[in-house]
Design a protein around this ligand. Sequence first.
Ligand code: SAM
Length: 224
Amino acid sequence: MSNTETYTEWDDHTEQYQAYFDDPSEKVSSTTVFPKILQILGNIEGKTVLDFGCSMGRFSRIMHDMGAIVTGYDLSPKAVDIAKSLDSKRNIEYFSRQEDLKENYYEIVICFMVLLCNPLPQAFQLVNDIYTYTNPGGIVCFVNTNVATLGHGFQNFSSQEIPQEQKEGSPYQTRIPTIKGDIVVTDYFYTSEHLKQMFKNNKFQLQGEEIIAEQFILHILKKN
Ligand SMILES: C[S@@+](CC[C@H](N)C(=O)[O-])C[C@H]1O[C@@H](n2cnc3c(N)ncnc32)[C@H](O)[C@@H]1O
C-alpha cells in the first residue's frame, strides 16, 4: 500500500474540476459511462463499495443513494475535503490515507479514470492494492481512456497529441475545458492489452471489456 505519499496533479485543479461539474453541459462520463456500470452491477443495495480515486465523490453519492455502503478514497486531500462538504448528511466515509482502507473487504470497487493518471510502477501498485482491498468474490470496474482515440477531438476532454513512443506508460497531456479555465494533466498510455496484462498479473479474472462512448474503455474483473 504505497501510494499515499504520491503527489497528484489533481490536487492543483480542484477548483476547476468542481467548476467542470457545475457547468450544465453534459458530461458523457456521468450520462453514459457510469450508468452502464450501474446497469452491469445490478442491485447494489447493502453492498460494500470502494470508490477508489473518488475525487469530489460524484459517483460515491449516487451509489450511497442507491443503498450501498460507500467508502470514497482519493489521495488528493483537497478533493476529499470537498467531497465531505458535499455529503449533505449522507455520512459517506471518505479517506485520503490509503492505510484507512480495509483488506479483503469491498464487494464492489470502482476505479473511474484513475489508473491512467499513474505512471507504470504506481499503476501496477494500484492494481495490486485494489486486489488486496477487494473481498473474495468481489467485482472491480476499471474505466480508462480508450487510447485508440487519442488525438481525436472530444467535447468533455481531449488529448492533444498521441505520444511519440506508444509504449506502455508513455506520458501524454490531456486537456479538460472548464468554465474556470482548462485543466491540463499528464496521463499515461495503456492499451487494452497492457491493462489486461496488469489485471492478469494480479490474478483478477476478466469478466468483460467494453468500449463506451468511443473514448472510454471499461473492464469488469472478479477476484476469486
Ligand atoms: C480524472 S479524476 C477522476 C475522479 C473520479 N473518479 C471521477 O470520475 O470524477 C482522477 C482522480 O484520481 C485521483 N488519483 C490518481 N491516482 C491516484 C492513486 N494512485 N490513488 C488514489 N487516487 C488517485 C486523483 O487525485 C483524482 O482525483
